[in-house]
Design a binder for this molecule. Structure first.
Ligand code: CA2
Length: 149
């Protein structure tokens, strides 16, 4: 499973802790990787501030036949047809994740180019948004996809 982080999320835990908390991105990733390992799930993570690099990583995930993704596209959530097209093209199921409650913030954050093609959306729980999404994958999605294997 791949966790994809978009622009500025590398600043997590370093800037604006009142909105995004004090946990760093490395700590978020470590928590997900460790939780995955306990469940027998290989979790890798990738962050980029560049739209094209995120598109490239999604296409690579398609070639690697990645089974599931957690996607926090950051601000590109609200702007990027390119990320939407890439996610549609690879056809890998994904959960859209946000640290903050985007619906309690600026109106322009209420629209997402990704939500309607996502399995689901988790927002507002801080790093717990990623954990909740991962727990869903571990308990619901992957057991079904490996049933009978
Ligand atoms: O709440 C989220 O996870 C967001 O995806 C974060 C994006 C924002 O544009 C979305 O509307 C919601 C912004 C990421 C910026 O991350 C920072 C982290 C720490 C300090 C500054 C920025």
């Amino acid at each position: 499973m791949l966790v994809l982080h978009g622009p500025n999320l590398n600043l997590l835990g370093v800037r604006e802790p009142e909105i995004y908390g004090r946990t760093t991105l490395a700590e978020v990733d470590r928590g997900l990787i460790d939780r995955g390992k306990v469940a027998g799930l290989d979790v890798s993570a990738y962050q980029s501030n560049h739209e094209g690099e995120l598109v490239d990583r999604i296409q690579q995930a398609g070639r690697e036949r990645v089974d599931f993704m957690l996607v926090n596209a950051g601000a590109y959530t609200h702007t990027s047809v390119a990320l939407r097209d890439a996610l549609s093209a690879v056809d890998i199921p994904f959960i859209e994740v946000h640290l903050s409650n985007v619906f309690a913030r600026d109106r322009f954050r209420h629209h997402s180019y990704l939500s309607d093609i996502a399995v689901g959306v988790v927002c507002g729980l801080g790093p717990g948004s990623y954990r909740a999404a991962l727990d869903f994958v571990i308990s619901t999605v992957l057991p079904a996809s490996t049933a009978g294997a």
